[in-house]
Design a protein around this ligand. Structure first.
Ligand code: COI
Length: 356
């Protein structure tokens, strides 16, 4: 394995006094990791260095054509004070899947994990201890060729930055209002939908702004061909509890294979709930609502964790869920995941790896 160089910071930043006052993703730790890719050298130049701006040529290919991928993962502080990372290998394997889709060279997962753990060991004092807070980890890779022709870049940079965070949504665990999007689409099968790539987020922005103007927090995407089947929210996967069953759209190539989605399914199965990953139409959701069988809706994601949905709007049909309150299953799984994060609940799944 290649060495990891270290460049020491001249001074360190003050850490937040109260993490609950820190907005998601705006504060960064003292150090970051980077390495570069060139065809003749492979991934090389691994180093941990002070968090700082980076210089990019105006002709940088990513700025023009968006050949980039990223991940979102988290480290938590347990009640004993240990720092533990959640499903690091799953996230780095997913990064490689996004690399495959975007024609970016594969990373050596074992090496990047080692580099991440080294960075986390150095930055362990930044991991907050308040329940629900964490150190958000953002690995990303982008093309670095300086070239205006459209084509696969020959060179890349991988970076990992760290950000102490509390709740993703400003209202914390309060139920969110979601508008089912029936005009715009996020992705189509055969496209980039399964990749964690900036294009998917760019595709969501305009629809998101329109939803905000109408008083909704997020949009729920339908399939890009028929506008009929439920896909995902963009910042999270979506779950429905219908007549006792926990249902989420099957992975079909156009939605993100969420690690928290997988975690929710694993926990629900262990608890003995019937679960199903399948095609689910918006009509079926509306019918379940009309028949009183739509018991709960919630989102799952690394940043959002578990986010209860209090209202769904589809065309002019407003579906109020649980009187706008958090549903029983959503609360139960949120509490359980939070207790796993703090180590109050024993990690019988082997989700966490200890750093320090
Ligand atoms: C995550 O959940 O980590 C994501 O990458 C979603 C992003 C909207 C913050």
């Amino acid at each position: 394995m290649q060495p990891i160089d270290f460049i020491e910071a001249k001074s360190l930043k003050a850490k937040p006094q109260d993490i609950s006052n820190v907005s998601f993703g705006k504060l960064f730790t003292d150090y970051m990791f980077e390495m570069d890719y060139a065809p003749e050298k492979g991934w090389h130049g691994a180093k941990i260095l002070p968090y700082a701006e980076i210089a990019l040529a105006p002709s940088n290919a990513t700025l023009h054509y968006g050949q980039a991928v990223f991940e979102g993962m988290k480290a938590f502080r347990s009640k004993e004070g240990a720092v533990r990372v959640f499903r690091a290998e799953d996230h780095l394997n997913r990064l490689n899947n996004s690399n495959r889709i975007l024609d970016i060279p594969q990373i050596d997962v074992a090496f990047v994990k080692k580099a991440l753990f080294k960075l986390l060991e150095l930055e362990k004092d930044w991991v907050p201890s308040l329940k629900g807070s964490s150190l958000y980890i953002r690995p990303f890779i982008f093309a670095t060729d300086e070239y205006l022709g459209v084509g696969v870049s020959k060179t890349y940079k991988l970076m990992i930055i760290l950000s102490p965070v509390s709740a993703y949504y400003v209202n914390g665990f309060a139920p969110v209002k979601i508008m089912v999007e029936d005009k715009y689409v996020r992705a189509v099968r055969g496209g980039l939908g399964e990749a964690k790539t900036p294009a998917n987020y760019a595709a969501s922005l305009h629809a998101g702004s329109e939803a905000h103007k109408k008083g909704y927090d997020q949009v729920l995407w339908l399939d890009g061909v028929e506008h009929k089947f439920i896909e995902e929210v963009g910042s999270m996967n979506i779950f429905f509890k219908i007549n006792g069953e926990i249902v989420t759209p099957a992975l079909n190539g156009s939605i993100l294979s969420g690690i928290t989605r997988k975690t929710v399914l694993e926990i629900a199965k262990k608890w003995g709930y019937p679960t199903s990953e399948r095609r689910l139409s918006i009509e079926e959701v509306c019918e379940a609502y009309d028949e009183g069988k739509l018991e709960e809706v919630f989102g799952s994601g690394t940043a959002a964790v578990i986010s209860p949905v209090g209202e769904l709007l589809y065309k002019d049909k407003k579906m109020l869920l649980n009187d706008g309150k958090v549903g029983e299953f959503s609360q139960k799984i949120f509490d359980y995941v939070a207790d796993l994060q703090t180590g109050v609940e024993t990690d019988s799944f082997g989700f966490f790896e200890k750093i320090a």
